[in-house]
Design a binder for this molecule. Structure first.
Ligand SMILES: *Cc1c(COP(=O)(O)O)cnc(C)c1O
Ligand SMILES: [Zn+2]
Length: 406
């Protein structure tokens, strides 16, 4: 296993001794998000081993994850999601190599499962009696599934406007569900307080430093599925910034252990109605916002993992852009009709960001581009239906069929 040396504060640089239930820096408090620091000299990941490894899940990278060798993990199959080549998009934009990584193919239908797999394992290491999370929806449904698979009670804080399918997931998995009559940002604060008062293990990606380590496996997979090559650009939507941070960490690891010699440019995409990261990248200053977007999973006015995400965007020579809700709505149907992949609004935001840059001609035709689809479209069918026209029922006669076809 890759040896964890310390947990280092992103704000003040102070290093803490690793402990499964340490979340933030003692000096900086909640803004002092920690980063897991490895001894890369001891890392055992090799291409030879990968080629011989039959495991088609994120556990094929277990040696790069901060989990003890004997810790039990959930049997749910997470990761090793498909990377599809997009010949239609390549033709449309005159590009050579465009791929979609469909992480909606995970057990609870979002990329959040990569973090929950780790979160539940860490909860077991911490001997926690229960686990809690605040979520715009997907982290919650994901945690509920993983907690159920390991028999750990889950307490979930979600804003009441979370899409119904996501709430349905919480209920069927049997999570204790607190529908908060407020925003995600408020639900987050309440969950942190509940974790503190009742000793619940906190699966808040925005804050628990181990979770980003699960999300980094998506970068390893992209590298491995491209034939051990690093793409030039990766498009990813940004809410709290944990996925962005995870992508960067995965690609960074590969450079540190000598399996790659460069990083891809990470292009973060936000909704124009909630773009605090874009503003922070452009002005160097962070300002809280009140979210106003159809893309609920990235309606985050106070991105908790902004320091880690900003580091990833800057260190990778990336950037953060935004797209309008109209562009997101267009992509809700536009992407499935061109790619066969159905994403929820926050997921197609990355696709809309790709289209925006492809149209403006900033992508070189020899570049390899990956668009990360973070959640399945069935998560939010209200939004999908809002951009489609429901057909009127027709008579069950062949005359009616003929009339329709004419
Ligand atoms: C959580 C989520 C995001 C945003 O990820 P962050 O780590 O919060 O930036 C994007 N898309 C989907 C589908 C999500 O569930
Ligand atoms: Zn600190």
């Amino acid at each position: 296993m890759a040896k964890v040396i310390s947990m280092k504060c992103m704000k003040c640089g102070r290093e803490e001794t690793p402990r499964p239930d340490r979340y933030t820096c003692d000096t900086c408090g909640i803004d002092g998000i920690l980063d897991i620091i490895y001894d890369y000299k001891s890392t055992p990941l090799t291409i030879n081993d990968l080629e011989r490894n039959p495991d088609r899940s994120l556990w094929r990278y277990r040696c790069m994850l901060p989990i003890e060798a004997e810790t039990p993990v959930s049997p749910l199959q997470v990761g090793w999601t498909p990377l599809y080549k997009q010949t239609r998009l390549e033709r449309e934009f005159g590009l050579g190599n465009v791929f979609i990584k469909d992480d909606g193919r995970n057990p609870s239908a979002s990329l959040k499962d990569r973090a929950s797999a780790i979160g539940v394992a860490k909860a077991i290491e911490a001997k926690a009696k229960a686990i809690c999370a605040a979520s715009t929806g997907n982290a919650a449904s994901s945690l509920s599934a993983f907690a159920a698979s390991m028999g750990i009670p889950a307490y979930i804080f979600v804003p009441k406007r979370a899409p119904r399918a996501k709430v349905a997931q919480l209920l069927v998995y049997g999570a204790h569900t607190l529908l908060i009559d407020s925003t995600y940002d408020r639900a987050f604060e309440l969950s942190v307080e509940a974790s503190r008062r009742y000793g619940f293990y906190s699966r808040n990606c925005a804050y628990n430093p181990y979770l980003v380590e699960g999300k980094k496996t998506v970068a390893y997979e992209i590298w491995e599925q491209l034939g051990y090559k690093i793409p030039d650009r990766v498009y990813v939507s940004i809410g709290d910034g944990c996925i962005t941070a995870g992508l960067y960490k995965g690609f960074y690891d590969l450079v540190q252990i000598g399996l790659s010699d460069r990083l891809p440019r990470i292009i973060g995409v936000q909704a124009a109605g909630c773009n605090p990261m874009e503003v922070a990248m452009k002005t160097g200053e962070f300002k809280e916002q009140t979210p106003d977007t159809i893309a609920d999973s990235i309606a985050v006015g106070v991105p908790r993992n902004r320091l880690k995400a900003l580091r990833g965007l800057k260190a990778s020579a990336g950037e953060c852009i935004s797209v309008t809700d109209d562009a997101i709505r267009e992509s809700l149907v536009g992407m499935p009709r061109v790619t066969g992949v159905f994403g929820e609004p926050a997921a197609v935001t990355a696709y809309a960001g790709f289209r925006k840059q492809a149209h403006s001609g900033v992508i070189g035709n020899n570049e390899t581009v990956v668009i990360l689809i973070t959640g399945n479209g069935l998560k939010d069918i209200e939004s999908a239906l809002s951009v489609c026209t429901m057909p009127e029922p027709i008579d069950p006669t062949f005359d009616a069929v003929e009339k329709y076809l004419r």
